[in-house]
Design a protein around this ligand. Structure first.
Ligand SMILES: *[C@@H]1O[C@H](CO)[C@@H](O)[C@H](O)[C@H]1NC(C)=O
Ligand SMILES: *[C@@H]1O[C@H](CO)[C@@H](O)[C@H](O)[C@H]1NC(C)=O
Ligand SMILES: *[C@@H]1O[C@H](CO)[C@@H](O)[C@H](O)[C@H]1NC(C)=O
Ligand SMILES: *[C@@H]1O[C@H](CO)[C@@H](O)[C@H](O)[C@H]1NC(C)=O
Ligand SMILES: *[C@@H]1O[C@H](CO)[C@@H](O)[C@H](O)[C@H]1NC(C)=O
Ligand SMILES: *[C@@H]1O[C@H](CO)[C@@H](O)[C@H](O)[C@H]1NC(C)=O
Ligand SMILES: *[C@@H]1O[C@H](CO)[C@@H](O)[C@H](O)[C@H]1NC(C)=O
Length: 535
């Protein structure tokens, strides 16, 4: 800065010198000597002016710094006198600031222009990371905004559906951010506790994060203008949604390569991760702004994280004016539509900036919108049907259960491979029994509970037991009998993470009955999506 100011002063002084010399040299060459003194005096004045200008510039810079507080500004100005560049560079070099507790507040320089109230508190842009291990550098970041709902929450099953079909390598290359867009810390705490209880491993590994905004983030919503015939509540709801999406995107922006926005009441298609990744690789060189993996609202919209600051800036600029899906469309309009051409031309141009993937990978399941009282029975017609069970042809058996099945999802149909079995909440000692028509040799078994749409309805604390028709084997294995088994059944396996899989030892053959026994009261229903008895 000093060097630059000095240079600037010199340039200014030299300019004065040249112009003065030129004026003075006009009348007569002989009068040069007496004028030198005056010239020198003027030069001193000019130099003083130069310093004055430089001091003013310093002052402006300092003001800029103060304006951008609470950002920690790293000014990186090496260019010559170009104040436009200077301001831009200054703002561009503002990135993140480290605040007290070590948590980072992200910075969107102009956010203070659109939301001046943020300047009143240094923590207003500091995300409250309730659960998270700081995971970064993944291929895909998925953001799920959620708000307090008066009616049923689907958040846990939405997460279950997203996690259900992931392989272990996919789990390492993904980040799922649940953004609880509420400032009530008790509520935020209860959501994060629910998630931690249901998905302890995913939270532990950093795959699932729970984040909420600072209590100073939201403006006073009472002074909003009602537009487009929307009621006051609706204007508040859509304005807050703009701010919620913006906060979430800013938080997600530096955590991976692509960002996908979802909602808290959806189901995913099995294998969605691979489908998204393959399509993204395929489309990587094209000029899209977003890819659509669902045709509904903001569900399944994928952005490059490098585009998020621009998208967020646009949302923030007009957050009071329009709903977020209109704003997203307007970005495309602004970018490529020519006002002198017709709507057809505009639509063609916009279509180049968004590529739609079919079939849709996410389906909306919620009935109630987050706007109280609004019903939202939207369904994505391109989602199609997906397999909710895996059929196998099993040996003939008489099946029975102490569990009461729901609707048509009976054990009999599941065993035949035409449905899944879905039963009301099991209690201790409930069982599912397969009685073979005659003793047979069974090499192994596989039972999978839950499915991609109802991944939470798993069997817990449930054992797999067989009744051997080989009397010698029963006597030999007597010491292995657990107290829960009665004298005839032998425990050969148990459900772990919703799946029971194993082989059956040769000395137990042939088998006359096989059963699943629940050992403690469950708090969810039970769903069996795969029954395989290998003969
Ligand atoms: C900038 O802030 C500092 C301390 O906060 C203050 O001393 C200084 O006067 C401010 N400068 C201007 C130009 O407002
Ligand atoms: C700004 O951040 C840098 C590096 O993060 C740190 O060294 C410096 O002390 C910070 N300055 C202020 C004023 O916080
Ligand atoms: C300053 O900017 C130049 C060019 O824009 C860059 O090469 C350099 O790394 C920057 N320095 C800092 C400290 O950010
Ligand atoms: C200032 O810098 C910008 C960006 O580098 C450039 O486009 C513009 O022409 C410069 N203006 C002047 C007067 O040099
Ligand atoms: C909650 O669900 C009930 C029954 O479907 C409905 O009558 C009520 O309006 C819903 N409440 C909200 C806030 O949507
Ligand atoms: C052992 O279990 C089978 C199958 O549930 C049942 O029929 C039988 O009565 C049980 N025996 C005893 C002694 O509890
Ligand atoms: C499984 O059930 C047994 C018997 O009711 C109980 O003692 C045990 O704590 C249960 N285990 C789990 C993990 O719930």
């Amino acid at each position: 800065m000093r060097v630059y100011s000095f240079r600037f002063g010199c340039v200014l002084a030299a300019a004065c010198f040249v112009s003065l010399t030129w004026i003075k040299s006009m009348p007569s060459d002989e009068e040069v000597q007496p004028h030198l003194q005056t010239l020198y005096e003027r030069l001193v004045v000019a130099e003083e002016l130069g310093w004055q200008v430089s001091r003013d510039l310093s002052n402006i810079l300092e003001q800029l710094r103060n304006i951008s507080k609470p950002a920690n500004i790293t000014s990186n100005i090496t260019s010559t006198a170009n104040t436009t560049t200077m301001t831009t560079t200054l703002l561009a070099t503002i990135r993140e600031s480290r605040l007290g507790s070590g948590q980072q507040a992200f910075l969107q320089p102009n956010i203070y222009i659109y939301m001046p109230h943020l300047r009143q508190h240094p923590d207003s842009l500091k995300p409250n990371v309730v659960l998270g291990q700081g995971r970064r550098g993944v291929s895909i970041v998925m953001g799920i905004p959620t708000v307090k709902r008066e009616n049923k929450s689907y958040l846990v099953s939405t997460l279950g559906s997203l996690l259900y079909s992931l392989t272990s390598s996919q789990r390492q290359d993904l980040l799922i951010i649940v953004f609880v867009a509420e400032t009530d810390s008790d509520y935020v705490g209860s959501v994060s506790e629910t998630i931690r209880r249901n998905y302890p491993n995913e939270v532990q590994s950093g795959l699932v994060e729970v984040v909420s905004p600072s209590q100073y983030y939201y403006p006073d919503f009472t002074s909003l203008k009602e537009t487009f015939g929307d009621s006051k509540d609706r204007v508040k709801w859509r304005t807050k949604q703009n701010l919620d999406f913006s906060f979430l995107m800013l938080y997600a922006q530096d955590k991976g390569t692509y960002y996908v926005q979802l909602e808290d009441d959806i189901v995913a298609k099995a294998g969605y991760y691979n489908d998204m990744k393959t399509y993204t690789t395929h489309e990587a060189s094209k000029q899209w702004l977003y890819l659509e993996f669902s045709q509904l609202g903001f569900i399944g919209k994928m952005f490059r994280t490098s585009d998020l600051p621009m998208v967020v800036e646009f949302f923030l600029m007009f957050h009071r004016d329009k709903p977020v899906d209109w704003l997203l469309d307007h970005i495309l309009w602004v970018k490529v539509c020519n006002p002198e051409k017709d709507a057809k031309h505009c639509n063609e141009q916009k279509a180049l900036l968004k590529q739609r993937y079919k079939p849709s990978l996410f389906q909306h399941v919620g009935l109630h919108s987050s706007l109280p009282g609004k019903l939202q029975q939207l369904k994505d017609k391109d989602f199609g049907k997906q397999a909710l069970y895996q059929a196998h042809s099993n040996p003939a058996a008489k099946v029975s259960s102490s569990l009461k099945h729901y609707q048509q999802h009976s054990l009999d149909r599941a065993y035949k491979g035409v449905d899944f079995f879905w039963a009301l909440t099991p209690i201790k000692n409930d069982y599912i029994l397969f009685k073979f028509l005659q003793p047979i040799r069974i090499s192994g078994y596989l039972f999978r509970s839950g499915n991609i749409e109802t991944s939470g309805d798993r069997l817990h604390n449930t054992t797999v037991e067989v009744l051997s028709s080989n009397a010698a084997a029963r006597d030999k294995l007597k010491q292995d009998l657990s107290p829960e088994s009665n004298n005839s059944f032998i425990i050969i396996g148990a459900f772990e993470n919703g799946v029971a899989e194993g082989e059956i030892a040769e000395e137990l053959q042939p088998i006359s009955e096989l059963r699943l026994v629940v050992h403690s009261d469950a708090d969810v229903w039970a769903l069996l999506s795969e029954i395989l008895i290998k003969v």
